[in-house]
Design a protein around this ligand. Sequence first.
Ligand code: PMP
Length: 337
Amino acid sequence: MPGEQPREQLVKLNTNENPYPPAPSVGEALRDYATDHLRLYPDPTSKALREALAETFQVASSQVFVGNGSDEVLALAFQAFFRHGTPLDVPAITYSFYPVYANLYGVELRKHSLSEQWEIDIDALGTETNRSGVIFANPNAPTGHAHPLSAIETLLKRVTDRVVLVDEAYVDFGAESAVALINRYPNLLVTGTFSKSRSLAGLRLGYAVGSEELIDGLLRVKDSFNSYPVDSLASLVGIAALKDVEHFEACRERVITTRERTRQRLEALGFEVLPSKANFVLAQHPDYEGAQLFAGLRERGILVRHFNTSDLNNFLRITIGTDDEMDSLIEALETLL
Ligand code: PMP
């Protein structure tokens, strides 16, 4: 089940959206859109958007794929690269949609436990030969831990005969991007999203970057005559967001600063907070159950994420909002503890 999407007035810290508005140029792009673009069909090759992404990542546009949110891109990658009957290596705790796609496309998962520090055991991934690939999120969700590029490169040196998919939905909040490695490792596919650091979750825009061979593989499983699924509104807004580097940098710095401040304040209240390179933290309190704290916060108008799984049952995953929102969270916790 994805996180709740409430429409009532709540402090919403449950689905890792950005608390700040998108770049001002997005508003301008939207105004032009109705007059100049709405009556026309979208470019089936999403050329301008792929070129803007290629420029951002310093790759060729033929190495970029775009889709309706990275969820769609991930689903297409499962279809294109991971085989029925040959298991896929995956961390035991990671993005909850991987098992959904695996189930949908009949891919068996081989789950690898995290370390005692809740880190992905990257050395355990891809060590067996009869596997159809490797997938993990970096930073991982919902733990927030990120491996450095050097650890990912070590994995890529070992696993050369199948796709290694690194999901970088949260990379902009302090981790190193593996896009820098795609020209050296043709089996590396990196996915990303406009939903988090670009404040555009409502738009549904995601992408993959990899060798031309992998991008062709994704295109092949796409129906509708090899055209990209992205509509002209998403393309235009996405390009505007990519171009405003200053707004992007300022926003992510604010989220990172608020994250570190929140971590310290939660620790002062007795929480164990896992170190995070994402726009959320995973925290547990030794004296209180996760479900109890979740319910208490909900009553006080604050929505965080609680997972009903045995390994994460005691934790809360808290999205980093504005400083005011985090103050409300801390005040509510002070009354609860
Ligand atoms: N990967 C991870 C690790 C995520 O947490 C999410 C969204 N919560 C996604 C991918 C999908 O993001 P979107 O479809 O909004 O691009």
